[in-house]
Write a protein of this length. Structure first.
Length: 235
């Protein structure tokens, strides 16, 4: 997992050095334009998304995009890759919510999400709902590696009932050490996963270094590897 993570980071850092990416928060007083897509757009070969892309990137406007693909029973990873490619390099993109709960999304789909995140230099709010999906710690590494490139203030990760383990949390912890200084809100759901005290303690150690953090929600229901050691560290 570490080799996978470091390989992704090296690729992203190379793009930064070549000047292709520069992160910058958009002014909070700019209005937000909302675009919401669901499973129907996927079944229509994403024509709904394609048709609305010209409406994005309006001057002095922030864009919020919500893709609700929960419970989609078809093969989703190729479609997700197409959707992420369409939405990349949207300079006004400020907020993203991807609902992939109980879908067949896997590490390939996570790689597409990571590439979108890295090409979204103004993203300040990210919600990824992946409960019950097929992702593993390798997929989380792709997403985690992109986070330091964002002016991120809020992060919601629902990874319950997935294959993530302590190695995946190690990747996330390495990212949190270097995340945007204005980062303030974290919601992390790890219920019914194979994580243990070691993974949680890594995350807590990383969070303790974030000066602007003001809100944390950790969901750890039915995590049999989590004991009083984690509780003491959280305290």
């Amino acid at each position: 997992i570490n080799a996978e993570y470091m390989g992704v980071v090296a690729e992203y850092e190379s793009l930064f050095k070549r000047g292709r990416m520069k992160r910058a928060s958009l002014p909070e007083d700019w209005p937000i334009e909302n675009f919401k897509f669901d499973k129907r757009h996927l079944q229509d070969s994403l024509e709904g998304i394609i048709s609305q892309i010209p409406e994005m990137n309006m001057p002095n406007t922030r864009t919020r995009i919500e893709l609700d693909m929960s419970n989609y029973t078809g093969e989703i990873n190729a479609k997700l890759n197409e959707a992420m490619d369409l939405l990349s390099n949207q300079i006004s993109l400020s907020q993203i919510k991807l609902n992939l709960n109980f879908t067949t999304v896997n590490d390939f789909g996570c790689q597409a999400i990571g590439q979108l995140l890295f090409s979204s230099p103004s993203l300040s709010c990210l919600e990824l709902w992946m409960c019950g999906s097929s992702i593993s710690s390798v997929g989380i590494a792709h997403i985690a590696a992109a986070l330091p490139s964002l002016p991120l203030r809020e992060l919601v990760l629902n990874l319950g009932k997935t294959q993530i383990n302590d190695r995946g949390l190690a990747s996330l912890s390495q990212t949190l050490h270097t995340i945007y200084s204005g980062f303030s809100h974290l919601v992390l759901s790890l219920s019914e996963t194979g994580i243990s005290d070691a993974g949680i303690i890594n995350v807590v150690n990383a969070l303790s270094l974030l000066p602007s953090l003001s809100k944390i929600l950790l969901r750890l229901e039915m995590c049999v590897g989590v004991t009083n050691r984690s509780a003491a560290k959280l305290t």
